[in-house]
Design a binder for this molecule. Structure first.
Ligand SMILES: Cc1cc2nc3c(=O)[nH]c(=O)nc-3n(C[C@H](O)[C@H](O)[C@H](O)COP(=O)(O)OP(=O)(O)OC[C@H]3O[C@@H](n4cnc5c(N)ncnc54)[C@H](O)[C@@H]3O)c2cc1C
Length: 263
């Protein structure tokens, strides 16, 4: 059977930055026009021995940029990432021609605060939002972000996993509408870390209070690790956030074993 590849571009790696042994940032030429909105994901894949393996990856870059950018974590026994991690500049892989996803900025509810909460690679769609907003702000384009404020919390075990910390801190120092707080959950491993400590969901109450974020004025966006999403959703709902004010992008499902079950 001849497979149709007309849904795919042959994408090419332009540049690769290894953030750690199991985190890398890829700049990619998708191989053709790929329209997307900040917050959407692309579907990347490889074909080996006639078997195609595809997964979703949030797009880090802004629609204003030419190259697509991805922040990828290696899952050691995963179907795709061990292969993606072997790719180097010039290598090609599959990229679906259509970007998808509804993890978009909420500009219709009337809530003007946006609380962006992520674990490690879950920062990807938030970088895309902020790069896009920053560019619009600099160009004086549109009503955004003038009346809107963005508050970003990112959690990781160690500070070397943040990936975009420098960029986000620089944007936060320039843009009065953006705040960024990274937090590490294993501070004992790095005594030089002077920032926030603890899991990102453990900081939610502290920062919603400090920033004056309430259910009636704030949309929350949760992205990355499914357990963080579940915990954060619980905390927000107990603080009276309604379902439609909490947007979620879980990167995978927690298996029975990971959830603490025994086989
Ligand atoms: C909308 C969307 C956007 C995504 N964006 C990103 C992104 O920007 N960057 C990124 O790295 N990933 C992202 N993912 C996850 C990505 O699609 C893959 O699931 C992930 O890269 C693992 O692929 P794999 O084929 O190597 O492992 P799989 O074969 O899919 O998974 C093997 C096992 O590992 C578990 N698993 C999957 N991912 C993880 C993980 N990160 N940590 C621990 N266990 C895991 C699975 O549940 C499964 O049990 C996104 C997922 C979705 C749904």
């Amino acid at each position: 059977m001849v497979r149709s590849l007309d849904k795919y571009y042959g994408a090419r790696i332009l540049d690769r930055r290894d953030v750690s042994q199991d985190l890398c940032i890829l700049h990619v030429d998708p191989g053709g026009p790929l329209e997307f909105r900040a917050g959407q994901y692309a579907t990347l894949g490889i074909e080996r021995d006639g078997v195609r393996t595809e997964r979703a990856y949030s797009i880090v870059s802004s629609p204003y940029e030419d190259a697509l950018e991805f922040f990828v974590e290696l899952v050691p026994h995963g179907g795709l990432t061990p292969h993606l991690f072997q790719l180097k500049p010039g290598d090609t892989f599959l990229c679906r021609k259509i970007a998808k996803g509804r993890f978009l900025l909420d500009l219709s509810s009337g809530r003007r605060n946006h609380l962006l909460i992520s674990t490690v690679t879950g920062i990807a769609p938030f970088v895309s939002y902020v790069r896009t907003l920053y560019r619009d702000w600099k160009n004086g384009a549109g009503p955004m972000p003038g009346e809107h404020q963005f508050f970003c919390l990112q959690g990781a075990s160690h500070s070397f996993e943040f990936g975009y910390r420098e960029e986000l801190e620089r944007l936060a120092s320039e843009a009065p509408w953006f705040k960024y707080i990274p937090t590490v959950s294993r501070p004992r491993d790095e005594p030089q870390w002077t920032g926030e400590t603890g899991r990102v969901d453990d900081l939610l109450r502290k920062y919603t209070d400090a920033w004056g974020l309430r259910p009636d004025n704030t949309t929350a966006y949760l992205c990355g690790h499914p357990k963080m999403i579940e915990n954060s959703r619980g905390i927000l709902q107990r603080a009276r956030w309604k379902k439609d004010a909490i947007l979620e992008e879980a990167y995978y499902q927690v298996t029975f074993k990971e959830a603490g079950g025994s086989a």
